[in-house]
Design a protein. Structure first.
Length: 439
């Protein structure tokens, strides 16, 4: 019996070896899919400025629909070939009278492709995703490139099938704004969440209201250089914001950034070799739109443009996350690395001009209402009211408060003393040319 079994298997040995090879191929694509799609947003951003293999992984994930279509196509082809070979082997054994062996091979082939072609490789890929993604990038990129000419046709066929079978299918949002608002209200009523957790929920809601110019780092608060840039030009210091901004040859447009915080040590050669590109957003874009754009493109920095297309600042992924997670988010605190609103006496504050009106209202326990003029900062409000460059001693009124400019630096930054308007006026000695305006 054993001799007959071995003789029967000997006849189909080439087919069995082919099935084993197809299982390995199926395991490769299954593990590749899991490893790449399990990479986090931060890991993919780090890959963009990493070694050549890591950059290939990031390039593949830049178009996830193309990657997934290619992997599923090859998996389908491999599975069809696998079961076709299995059927041929089973029929050959049955024709020779080894029906029991044919049945065992049929069941074994089914469990083999499920266990060793799907479950085991996917489980291992979840644990070792970074290492595995780097290992499979070259053959996976070649396999995807082979079917590139057919990908548009496959995607068009999938689109036609979806529109034919499910014409009214719409993507359902994971969470509506109304759901978040209801969660905040329930948290306040039931007190199930701590104050900071409720504040995080409110910060998330405000992302759709806060314009990117309120959170960006203005031009002049970050280091910007024209390539080539050598590590020696940094003089051993990490620039503010942990990013080096690279400009165009004319020195006007922002082209890319170097995420210095992601390096254990500075790379050899010029720093632009480790740069990643940026996305561009208008100054009036909301933080929610900017965050979504950064997430889709696996990038970490957006360049903010004014109405003339000129760069006026940058905002990073981390800046937006800080805006969500910080109990009292402040752009000025991030830039100055200190508290921008300091209470000198009860009800009397020293305020930096870069402080946003939204944050100032929060510190004063007042409801913030965006101005019709679109004013964002204390300095912008002073410019609007005074109609000239503020000078020490200039005064104005704002929302029931009396503001007096106390200091103006050479680069235009200023400090203001703020107190309720009903209090005793400031001591004499301010400039006669000072102007007082109502807001």
């Amino acid at each position: 019996m054993t001799a007959e079994l071995l003789q029967s298997l000997g006849h189909v040995l080439p087919g069995l070896l082919s099935m084993l090879g197809l299982i390995c191929a199926s395991a490769f694509f299954s593990a590749s899919e899991t490893a790449l799609f399990y990479l986090s947003h931060d890991e993919l951003r780090a890959f963009r400025s990493g070694r050549p293999r890591e950059r290939i992984v990031a390039a593949l994930m830049a178009d996830p629909e193309r990657l997934l279509t290619g992997i599923l196509f090859w998996n389908l082809v491999i599975n069809l070939l696998y079961f076709a070979v299995g059927v041929v082997i089973a029929r050959q054994l049955a024709r020779e009278g080894a029906t029991a062996v044919a049945g065992l091979i049929g069941l074994g082939s089914l469990f083999g492709i499920i266990l060793f072609g799907e479950v085991v490789p996917k489980s291992g890929a979840v644990v070792f995703r970074r290492r595995l993604a780097v290992l499979v990038c070259w053959p996976l990129a070649a396999a995807i490139r082979l079917i590139d000419p057919a990908l548009p046709l496959l995607q068009r066929m999938a689109l036609v099938a979806r529109r034919t079978m499910y014409p009214g299918l719409k993507r359902e949002p994971f969470l509506d704004t109304e759901d978040l608002e209801r969660a905040v209200d329930e948290a306040e009523i039931s007190a199930e969440l701590a104050r900071q957790e409720r504040q995080v929920l409110r910060n998330i809601l405000e992302l759709s209201e806060i314009r990117v110019e309120e959170a960006m780092r203005p031009r002049g608060t970050y280091l910007a250089l024209v390539p080539p840039v050598s590590p020696g030009q940094l003089e051993g210091q990490v620039p503010p914001g942990n990013y080096l901004v690279l400009l165009s040859d004319e020195g006007t447009d922002i082209e890319s950034v170097v995420p210095l915080a992601e390096f254990v040590s500075l790379p050899e050669g010029n720093l632009e070799q480790s740069a990643e590109r940026v996305v561009y957003v208008p100054w009036c874009a909301t933080l929610s739109t900017t965050l979504q754009l950064l997430h889709r493109s696996y990038l970490s920095v957006a360049a903010v443009l004014n109405e003339y297309g000129e760069p006026v600042g940058i905002v990073s992924w981390q800046d937006i996350i800080d805006t969500i997670l910080m109990p009292d988010p402040s752009r000025a605190r991030r830039i100055l690395r200190r508290e921008p609103v300091i209470e000198r006496e009860p009800g009397e504050y020293e305020v930096d001009g870069i402080t946003t009106l939204r944050y100032l209202c929060r510190r004063l326990d007042r409801e913030y209402e965006p101005t019709p003029d679109g004013l964002v900062t204390v300095a912008g409000m002073l410019h609007e009211q005074l109609e000239h460059i503020p000078e020490p001693g200039d005064e104005c009124l704002w929302e029931g408060y009396h503001l007096r400019v106390t200091d103006v630096s050479e680069n235009g930054s200023l400090k203001v003393l703020l107190k309720p308007a009903g209090r005793q006026p400031y001591p004499s000695g301010s400039k006669e040319s000072s102007a007082t305006h109502d807001f």
